[in-house]
Design a protein around this ligand. Sequence first.
Ligand code: SF4
Length: 97
Amino acid sequence: MRAEPPPPPRGRPEPQRQSAPPRPRGRRCPYLEQIIRESAGPFGLLTRYKADCHVDRRTHKFTGRHPVPPCVSEPESCGLYQAEHGDEDDRIRRYVE
Ligand code: SF4
């Protein structure tokens, strides 16, 4: 004997749930070595990202309620990225010429 599907719900139909809009996924910085996400602040209410940067070989911390590190969202806005990317472009241009 086959199982029957559940009966339709009684009463008013449930309103369609509005799901949160998908978060825009940014680009990962090519100079990012690793990034760690952890809780921070009182009662772990904050979020902290620790990003190991290949350019200056330091760990950059981004802390807040919903921090958006440029390393995983918009590397073009980072000064280190811009400097390193510009240097690479110059090097490539010199080889091509
Ligand atoms: S976005 Fe900037 S700080 Fe982050 S990894 Fe790239 S160069 Fe380093």
